[in-house]
Design a protein. Structure first.
Length: 104
């Protein structure tokens, strides 16, 4: 795992967000999600600088479309966000999980 993945995993594991189980490096279709919650139908991706390149952005869009077709919500954070703004990242994840758990 990257440094950012290790930092975020330390806050997601052991059901620390609303008692929701997250998995890391979870295979979904032809892809591997960085973090996945079945209960929230949520995928969290952490992007390094290579994701700024046009070819990576196109691949990310295709990957997101496939996962969204399965009913999953994909949220992305830049590695720097996790390292330098961890509490904001956690607040966003908490908000999204709350919303996803309360949907009809």
């Amino acid at each position: 795992m990257t440094d950012a993945e290790q930092i975020l995993w330390s806050r997601l594991r052991r059901k620390q967000i609303l008692g929701v189980q997250f998995y890391r490096q979870k295979p979904i279709g032809a892809y591997i999600a960085d973090f996945y919650s079945a209960a929230a139908m949520l995928v969290i991706e952490l992007d390094g600088s290579q994701h700024l390149l046009p070819e990576h952005q196109a691949q990310d869009k295709e990957r997101d479309r496939m996962m969204e077709a399965m009913g999953l919500l994909v949220i992305r954070f830049d590695n720097r966000q996790v390292i330098f703004e961890l509490e904001r990242v956690i607040e966003k994840i908490f908000s999204v999980v709350t919303e996803r758990l309360n949907r009809p």
